[in-house]
Design a protein. Structure first.
Length: 414
C-alpha cells in the first residue's frame, strides 16, 4: 500500500530539486522513472499500467504539438501574435493582453490547447517587446487555468462535472456562478505578476514600432497548411461545444478533436518528418509515466481510506473546495473529480460548481498541479528558460489560496 506513495513522494522531490550531484534530471525523466519503478516493484501490474494510460490524452497532445510546430515553423504563429498583441503600448498592457487572451481562449478552446500554442507565442512577443520571457510564461500558465474555470469545456474536469454531475444547463451554470469570480481572479493574477516580476518588464520597448503590417511568414506553403489545420481544430472544438451546450451527442470524443488538424499537416506537408521529429516527446513520456504512477497511488487505496475515515461533510462548499485543492496535488485533478463525484449524489448545483472550480484552480498551486503547467514548463525548457518548482510555487501558492477564497466567498454570498 505504501510503495506507490513513497515513489510518488520521491518523484515530487526529484521534480522540485532537479539535480542530484552533477546529474540533472528532467521532469519527464523523473516521472517516467516513477512510472517504471511502481511497475518494477509490483505496485501495479504491466497490464494495468498500460490500461491506466489515457491514450486519448496522448493523441490529443501529440496532435496539438504537430499543429503547433507547423504554425511555428511556418511563421504563421508569429503572424497571429503580431495581430493579437500589437495593441500593447506599455508593459502593463502587454501583461494584461497576455492574461486576457489566454484566459478567454482557454475557456473556449480547452486550456491544454492554449498551453501548447502559447509557449512559442510568449517567446516571440518577449523578444519583440524586449521583456523577459519568464513572467509571460507564468502569466500564460496562471491565466489558462483561471480562464478555464469559466466554461464546462475549459478543461476535462469541468466537462466531467457538467456531464456526470447532471447539470441541466452547464454553460449557464458556470457563467452564473463563476463569471464575476473569474474576472476578479484575473485582476488578482495581473497584480500578482506585476508586483513579483516588475524588474523583468523594465526592458519594455516603449518606442517599438507597431507590429501590424510586418509579415513573419517563412514558409508560405506550410503556413497555408497550418492555417487550414488550425481552422479545422477550432471548428471541431466549437461544434463539440455547441453540441454539448444543447445536449446533442457528438461523434468525436473530446481528446480527439485535434486529430483532424494533425492529419492535415502530416498528409499535406512535405516537412512532416521534421515536424514529427521535433514534437515534444518528453512531455508525452511525462504523461504516460504520470498516468501509471497516479493509477498505482489510486490502487493503493490510501486516498479512498482517507476519505472513508474522514468525518467530513463532503457536500459542503468549503470542504469540497479545500479537498479539491489538496487532493488534486496528489491524484491530479481529473482522477480526483472522478473519485469525488460519487460522493455528491443529489448535491446542489453550487457544490458541483465548487468541485469544478476548486479542482481547476488547484492547478496553480504547484508546477505539477495541472497538465497545462507541465506542457508550458517542458516546452519552455526546450527553448532555454527553466520554470523551476520553486519559481512556480513562489507566486502559485498564494495565488491559488486567494483565488479559491474569492470563489468560496462568492458561492457563500450568492
Amino acid at each position: 500500500m505504501l510503495i506507490a506513495l513513497y515513489i510518488f513522494a520521491l518523484v515530487y522531490i526529484l521534480i522540485a530539486v532537479r539535480k542530484i550531484g552533477p546529474f540533472r534530471i528532467e521532469m519527464w525523466q523523473a516521472m517516467l522513472l516513477g512510472g517504471c519503478a511502481v511497475i518494477a516493484l509490483g505496485a501495479i501490474s504491466p497490464t494495468a499500467a498500460l490500461e491506466s494510460i489515457d491514450w486519448g490524452v496522448i493523441v490529443f497532445l501529440f496532435s496539438m504539438f504537430v499543429v503547433a510546430r507547423a504554425l511555428e515553423m511556418s511563421g504563421y504563429l508569429e503572424e497571429l501574435a503580431n495581430r493579437a498583441f500589437s495593441v500593447a503600448k506599455s508593459a502593463d498592457g502587454l501583461l494584461a493582453s497576455v492574461i486576457i487572451f489566454s484566459a478567454l481562449s482557454s475557456a473556449i478552446l480547452i486550456n491544454d490547447t492554449i498551453a501548447v500554442v502559447g509557449v512559442p507565442v510568449a517567446f516571440y512577443i518577449s523578444q519583440r517587446f524586449g521583456v523577459k520571457p519568464l513572467p509571460l510564461l507564468m502569466a500564460l500558465a496562471f491565466s489558462v487555468t483561471i480562464g478555464s474555470t469559466l466554461s464546462p469545456i475549459g478543461n476535462p474536469q469541468n466537462l466531467l462535472v457538467a456531464v456526470r454531475g447532471g447539470l441541466q444547463a452547464p454553460f449557464l451554470s458556470f457563467l452564473r456562478w463563476l463569471f464575476l469570480p473569474t474576472l476578479l481572479n484575473l485582476v488578482i493574477c495581473f497584480l500578482t505578476l506585476k508586483i513579483l516580476y516588475r524588474k523583468e518588464f523594465l526592458g519594455f520597448k516603449r518606442t517599438s514600432r507597431s507590429l501590424r503590417g510586418i509579415s513573419m511568414i517563412r514558409d508560405r506553403k506550410l503556413a497555408s497548411i497550418s492555417r487550414i489545420a488550425l481552422i479545422a481544430v477550432l471548428i471541431t472544438i466549437l461544434l463539440r461545444a455547441t453540441a454539448t451546450a444543447f445536449g446533442i451527442p457528438f461523434p468525436l470524443p473530446l481528446p480527439f478533436v485535434a486529430s483532424g488538424g494533425a492529419a492535415i499537416v502530416l498528409l499535406l506537408s512535405e516537412r512532416r518528418k521534421e515536424i514529427v521529429r521535433t514534437v515534444d516527446w518528453g512531455t508525452l513520456l511525462f504523461f504516460m509515466g504520470m498516468f501509471v504512477l497516479m493509477q498505482s497511488v489510486w490502487d493503493s487505496g490510501a486516498i479512498q481510506s482517507f476519505l472513508g475515515s474522514a468525518r467530513m461533510d463532503f457536500q459542503d462548499v468549503g470542504t469540497t473546495l479545500a479537498l479539491s485543492v489538496v487532493l488534486s496535488q496528489v491524484l491530479s485533478n481529473v482522477p480526483f473529480v472522478l473519485l469525488y463525484l460519487p460522493l455528491l449524489a443529489g448535491a446542489s448545483e453550487k457544490v458541483l460548481i465548487a468541485l469544478a472550480a476548486g479542482s481547476t484552480l488547484a492547478g496553480n498551486f504547484t508546477l505539477l498541479g495541472a497538465a497545462s503547467n507541465i506542457i508550458i514548463a517542458q516546452n519552455s525548457e526546450k527553448r532555454g528558460v527553466e520554470i523551476t518548482f520553486w519559481e512556480f510555487a513562489k507566486s502559485g501558492v498564494a495565488l491559488t489560496i486567494i483565488t479559491v477564497l474569492v470563489v468560496y466567498a462568492y458561492l457563500l454570498l450568492f
